[in-house]
Ligand binder design. Structure first.
Ligand code: DOR
Ligand code: ZN
Length: 344
């Protein structure tokens, strides 16, 4: 196959940041995707509909002229989120989900949730209104091995939550383990998961073997090869429960190449090409369109896109670095060759 034409895809998990960083990264996403679920982990976090409305305006203002990209906004769940804010979110029309960060689990999660029991009223309102909860599924318990944090979180928090609120729409974001896949498959249609390109392509050797590779460091950390294979199987299975969420998470080069480097892989530049590589390696390029363009829209109750785009088999070199405000940003696979390219 030399070209692959797809319905224009959406990115169901994306970090756009703000200010100069936003202006630097947004054109990459807008070129590939029609819509994206925008994470609310700014500083300060986007906890109210009023803040989400202002952030949405800043995103729209930063779009390249002529772009029809639509940001789908989210709220950052805190232990103080009132059920009335959930009602305002559902009513406003531009907030599509609420993000649950266990406090301390990842970048800018300090304002997140330590005790999900304290969010009961907000979650019950979300269940009643059908507003999805997007979950960073890792325990923040420092005593738990970092490679076990997803599994332990599912056992201790997520499975009980799904039992208590069986109609709550849940997305286990950036699932990285076989146990995560099995959990999602064991639940009804109200529970789904996003998969990143980097977790489909890489296991933990890519992070640690032969030297520490900070541009492969993200959270949840990549796991063993058996887990990566389970993720690929889920992605290419055709199950509507699994869809594209790049988790593209830009950090300036100095913040990644540091004694204590930040978590996040930058893939907005070439997300679709990376997913195509992963699907092709699994012999499943014919399954890419549903994963990238149908399942997410269906889960969120939004219309599927109608425009189309084409990937061609053509080698190109990923830039070593990209402008990022006054700084630079190193994309995943910097300096390496990719075999698929999005046609202009
Ligand atoms: O690798 C990650 N980067 N994981 C997250 O959960 C947050 C994200 C970020 O915001 O940089
Ligand atoms: Zn993320």
């Amino acid at each position: 196959m030399q070209t692959l034409t797809l319905t224009r895809p959406d990115d169901w998990h994306l970090h756009l940041r703000d200010g100069a960083a936003l202006a630097a990264v947004l054109p990459h996403t807008a070129r590939q995707f029609a819509r994206a679920i925008v994470m609310p982990n700014l500083k300060p976090p986007v906890t109210s509909v009023a803040q989400a409305a202002a952030y949405r305006q800043r995103i729209l203002a930063a779009l390249p002229a002529g772009s029809d990209f639509t940001p789908l906004m989210t709220l950052y769940l805190t232990e103080a989120t009132p059920p009335e804010e959930i009602e305002r979110a559902k009513a406003c029309g531009f907030v599509h989900a609420v993000k649950y960060y266990p406090a301390g689990a990842t970048t800018h999660s300090e304002a997140g949730v330590s005790d999900i029991g304290k969010c009961r009223a907000a979650l019950e309102r979300m269940e009643a209104l059908g507003l999805p909860l997007l979950v960073h599924g890792e325990t923040a318990d420092a005593a738990v091995d970092i490679f076990d944090r997803e599994r332990v979180f599912i056992e201790q928090v997520l499975a009980p939550l799904a039992q208590r609120l069986p109609r709550l729409r849940l997305v286990l974001e950036h699932v990285t383990t076989r146990e995560g896949v099995e959990f999602v498959e064991s639940c009804g249609p109200s529970v789904a998961a996003t998969l990143t390109a980097h977790h489909l392509l890489y296991n933990r050797n890519a992070l640690l073997a032969g030297g520490v590779r900070p541009h492969h460091y993200c959270l949840p950390v990549p796991k063993r090869e058996a887990h990566r294979q389970a993720l690929v199987q889920a992605a290419v299975s055709g199950s509507a429960k699994f869809f594209l969420g790049s988790d593209s998470a830009p950090h300036a080069r100095g913040a990644k190449e540091a004694a204590c480097g930040c978590a996040g892989c930058y893939t907005a530049l070439h997300a679709l090409e990376l997913y195509a590589e992963a699907f092709e390696a699994a012999g499943a390029l014919d399954r890419l369109e549903a994963f990238a363009s149908f399942h997410g829209a269906d889960f969120y109750g939004l219309p599927r896109n109608t425009a189309r785009l084409t990937l061609e088999r053509a080698e190109w070199r990923v830039p070593q670095a990209l402008p990022y405000g006054d700084d630079v940003l190193v994309p995943l696979r910097a300096g390496e060759t990719l075999n698929w390219r999005l046609k202009a």
